[in-house]
Design a protein around this ligand. Structure first.
Ligand code: ARG
Length: 257
């Protein structure tokens, strides 16, 4: 089986529960993707996309009517079967706002095989009030670039260990932007100009299943969207993020942001 993991949370969870018997050891929780649990209001742009009432993917609020996420999160889905939850760091607390969705705008060049152009916009059924624990995030500029090893922040409700256990609570972590040359030299096949790769020197900090579609920010701006990887947090293995700078004008045209 291919080591590439780009499946969304519930599907992977199924595979995990059938192929990885046994309980997550306590040590796995901090070992696999690392980072920390977020406090209330710490990531006010963070979205949980729910499919039939279960966490499915992440997303980022970019205006009071638009969310950006990964194309693989909305592909073959119907907006009427999905909802967005905003304004909470704990999905089991019931204090988030549940938003209806009216439209998915998948990037027309999205390629499900290569994950090139892995971006989708989501239009909300009605505008969400901005304020308190719900805020929009600014997008990185077109073609914006940072030096290798610049620190970036990832956040998500995705899996926190190898058993792909979903925590319900929002986590975040710091990772480094790695250069295209470095990632190519690590035998990452198919890294395109619409992707950036990021990792952690220890290999023990990473995005994972269920984080897809969620934010990677640099200097408080949305620079990447969680897209794919090889397992979660293997040493020397980066994760791949859709590069917002490459798709900035498409976002502008379609979301007017
Ligand atoms: N594509 C996956 C998702 O749907 C997760 C992407 C991150 N994967 C990784 N191994 N870093 O949630």
């Amino acid at each position: 089986m291919s080591p590439v993991t780009c499946l969304v949370a519930p599907l992977l969870l199924l595979i995990a529960t059938t192929s990885v018997p046994g309980q997550a050891k306590a040590a796995d929780v901090s070992r696999i993707i690392g980072g920390e649990f977020a406090g209330p209001g710490q990531f006010p742009h963070q979205v949980s996309l729910q499919l039939k009432g279960r966490h499915h993917c992440g997303g980022s609020l970019i205006s009071d009517t638009m969310i950006v996420t990964a194309a693989h999160c909305t592909k073959d889905q119907n907006p009427s079967q999905m909802k967005a939850i905003v304004g909470t760091n704990d999905l089991s607390a019931g204090n988030g706002q549940v938003l209806g969705l009216s439209q998915f705008i998948i990037h027309p060049q999205y390629n499900p095989q290569s994950q090139d152009f892995d971006m989708s916009l989501i239009r909300l059924s009605s505008p969400v009030p901005i304020g308190g624990a719900v805020k929009t995030i600014q997008l990185a500029e077109a073609d914006s670039n940072y030096a290798a090893d610049t620190m970036a922040t990832i956040s998500g409700f995705g899996a926190i260990n190898q058993n792909l256990q979903l925590p319900n609570r929002l986590k975040y972590a710091q990772v480094q932007l790695w250069s295209r040359d470095y990632c190519n030299s690590q035998n990452i096949p198919g890294l395109t100009d619409r992707m950036v790769c990021a990792g952690h020197p220890s290999g023990q900090v990473s995005s994972c299943q269920g984080d897809s579609g969620g934010p990677l920010t640099v200097e408080g701006k949305l620079f990447g969207v969680v897209s794919w990887g090889f397992g979660c947090g293997a040493k020397g293995r980066p994760a791949m993020y859709t590069y917002v700078g490459a798709l900035r004008s498409w976002i502008k045209q379609n979301a007017n942001v």
